[in-house]
Write a protein that binds this ligand. Structure first.
Ligand SMILES: [Zn+2]
Length: 85
């Protein structure tokens, strides 16, 4: 039996939860990131792609979070709340 890394979904031994220390750190950082839903909505419905990128960048910088993780989190929220409904 195998497990999957909670962050990147790579196959790992059943005794482990993450495949690497990086994944573990990213996972917990991402949990700590909170993005207001109206902000996500604004990014997708009222911003161009360029505006979206710079909004995400300044949002990440203001809170001192990794831009990549913030982007992932925003995409998840968008998929969850706005994609099909
Ligand atoms: Zn991983």
């Amino acid at each position: 039996m195998t497990n999957h890394c909670q962050y990147c979904s790579k196959r790992i031994p059943i005794s482990k939860v993450f495949c690497s220390a990086d994944c573990k750190e990213s996972f917990f950082q991402k949990i700590a990131i909170s993005v207001p839903k109206p902000f996500v909505k604004k990014l997708y419905f009222f911003c161009s792609e360029e505006q979206r990128d710079s909004e995400i960048k300044s949002f990440a910088q203001r809170h001192n979070w990794h831009e990549k993780l913030v982007t992932e989190k925003i995409e998840e929220i968008f998929q969850e709340y706005y994609r099909c409904g």
